[in-house]
Design a protein around this ligand. Structure first.
Ligand code: EPZ
Length: 419
């Protein structure tokens, strides 16, 4: 196992490029099951979640070739095994996205229940209920989902609660269903839209993309295409917060500022100078300390839950009091005890963290627990006085491509060392 060792206190300066989106690459890789011929995916990030997805698809009969450093050729047109095994699914919850495409293409699937994770129980009831409404028969036993269908039929689906991957599962299933499917209260995250754009390029007929009402007219088949994955808005935002927490100034290229409006608004509120061009975002703190900012997470286009931990870290050393409310997941506060060990003044009241900014944190020996909580600890370590060591760095590698290399490019004093 590896850990990160950070000597904090250095303002970050420089330019980096954002990678392709993890949460767009994952559904699109599973969508390759729907195609009758191979897909070439460009701008795919180098992440362990991508490798897990490829291992899962390969275990079902997919073949793939890494064509260049971020271009992936994948042929999932002839699966030979319709089982998504527990040993692979348990490491990545998004594996549930195999269910919709398998039902649509093969009329059956056996998928291990993903189980919970550090941030919550993460049930999949909305996925299963919606697929049943599309004429699937679903039974859950012995920790597996057994799904069958004589042929999916379009339906009007309403989600009582906005859910990203359940929306994606239904969209993928509906592309090959008989008739038309309408999803109301659909997730509007940019990654859902990216999946829809790719599916339409494959021959699907999806309208209402990016809105809360998506309509999918079923077609006979989908073909393989070349597709460029959108940029990762959460990775880009994380590096912007790294510059903000160290009172530095950085430029991030290959981004989509339009998809980051809520986060950019909060960065302006903390006192950052933000400049955006087509696909570039520059942040300059002009050496100033950040001002405290209140955060309430919500579904897109509101403030993303995936940036809550990072802004909590920023608030710990910001000037003033703040409150951070997590409205999406029931346990997305695993970073709080570790930040307190660095000297943060935080107290948890229900789903709200009350924060009193302190002048500085002190480095400490920390344990990463989940992807975004780990990012929050890295950010705190970059700002803290002294040395911060973060164990279980594999959590970070799920969603951040060579994080220590990118931070070194920005002048951080950070090393990845073997335990
Ligand atoms: C997606 O997870 C993302 N993952 C998450 O990113 C992200 O935090 C989340 O959406 C919210 O934006 C991927 O896209 C691969 P949800 P997902 O279904 O789809 C409850 C990261 O850090 N719910 O929108 O699993 C659920 O428990 C990851 O990159 C049910 O109760 O999230 C949560 O409280 C973390 N039943 C809420 O809905 C269901 O069937 C929203 O979850 C489904 C969800």
């Amino acid at each position: 196992m590896y850990k990160l060792v950070i000597e904090g206190g250095k303002p970050l300066h420089g330019t980096i490029k954002s990678a392709g989106s993890k949460n767009s690459s994952l559904p699109i890789l599973f969508a390759s099951i729907l195609a009758d011929s191979p897909i070439t995916l460009n701008n795919t990030p180098h992440l362990s979640d991508i490798s897990t997805t490829l291992r899962l698809l390969m275990s079902m009969g997919s073949e793939f070739i890494l064509e260049s450093d971020s271009s992936l050729f994948i042929d999932s047109s002839k699966l030979t095994n319709l089982v998504a095994d527990y040993n692979l699914v348990k490491t990545m919850r998004a594996s549930i996205l195999v269910l919709g495409p398998m039902l649509a293409k093969y009329g059956e699937a056996k998928v291990s229940l993903p189980g919970g994770c550090a941030i919550g129980t993460r049930p999949v009831n909305f996925h299963l209920k919606a697929l049943e409404e599309l004429n699937a028969t679903i039974e859950v036993k012995n920790g597996y989902i057994y799904a069958k269908s004589e042929g999916l039929v379009g339906a009007n689906i309403h989600f009582d609660q906005v859910t990203v991957t359940a929306t994606e599962n239904v969209i993928m299933a509906a592309t090959l269903a008989k008739g038309t499917t309408t999803i109301s209260n659909a997730a509007q995250e940019p990654e859902v839209s990216d999946l829809c754009f790719c599916l339409n390029k494959m021959g699907a007929k999806i309208s209402g993309i990016g809105t809360s009402t998506i309509t999918i007219e079923g077609v006979k088949n989908l073909k393989g295409v070349q597709y460029m994955v959108c940029s990762d808005r959460i990775e880009a935002a994380t590096y912007l917060v790294a510059a903000a927490i160290t009172s530095g100034s950085i430029t991030v290229k290959n981004t989509n500022p339009q998809a980051m409006r809520s986060v950019l608004g909060k960065l302006i509120e903390i006192g950052a100078d933000i400049k955006t061009e087509k696909d570039t975002i520059s942040l300059d703190m002009k050496g100033r300390r950040a001002k405290a900012v209140n955060i309430k997470t919500g579904t897109y286009p509101n403030f993303p839950t995936d940036m809550q931990a990072q802004f909590t870290a920023l608030n710990t050393i910001a000037d003033g009091h703040s409150s951070i409310t997590e409205n999406i997941f029931e346990n997305r506060f695993m970073h709080i005890p570790e930040l307190i060990r660095m000297g943060a003044d935080l107290s948890l009241e229900g789903n709200t963290v009350v924060c009193k900014g302190v002048k500085s944190l002190t480095g400490a020996h920390l344990m990463a627990t989940d992807l975004r909580a780990s990012a929050s600890l890295v950010l705190a370590g970059l700002a803290a006085k002294g040395t911060t060591t973060i164990e279980r760095v594999y959590h970070l590698d799920r969603g951040y491509e060579t994080i220590e290399e990118k931070l070194k490019l920005l002048g951080a004093n950070i090393e990845r060392v073997q335990d």
